[in-house]
Ligand binder design. Sequence first.
Ligand code: TZP
Ligand code: MG
Length: 218
Amino acid sequence: MSFVKNSLSLYFIMGSQDCPHQDPVRVLEQAINGGITCFQYREKNSGLHMHQTVLLGKKLRRLCREHGIPFLVNDRVDLALILEADGVHIGQEDLPASEVRKIIGPDRILGVSAETPAEAEQAMLDGADYIGVGPMYSTLSKKDAGEPIGPDAIQQIRRQIGSDFPIVGIGGITPERTPQVMEAGADGVAVISAISKSGEPSEAARRFRQYLSGSTKL
Ligand code: TZP
Ligand code: MG
């Protein structure tokens, strides 16, 4: 559990749709140099065919392995197994978490998106290793993201599930907003655009690290 908690600190998420003008491999390389602690491959409506998705996934996976960064795959359990991922992240509308746990076995990391204390509790029962709570703030990176639920949602969930279970906040998070999310009880922040679209992913990741090291949890 503490391996997961520590890995969530600066959780970078990206697919080729998130860096249209740059090579995703270069973006990830720079983000790793800047200090990300976890990576999720999230290829969504990018236009890549599945064989291209696998090819890019293999490159990103290799990079993470070389740097000891956990590599997770969004939504697709089949892709996660093909890429020998360290884990899978699923939402409420994907395969049931309990079924995904059966497929990936006990050792891979399972992340589940949750917006309410009830969803968080169910995810725990289903075998999740962490939950992602969001959107914290408004976001352009997920078309079907609902209204922002803010750091208060993390505070409520934390109150319900106790202090141990790993939580990562997601959605519209910038370096400056990081302390609010951490102070609400998160173990880390999950970020797409503030790193992938920053123009300087390593510098952006470094700024997140500065804010993370300055913030204290409740
Ligand atoms: N889930 C909830 S919000 C979101 C996801 C995948 C998008 C986060 O992207 P950004 O660019 O950090 O707001
Ligand atoms: Mg999903």
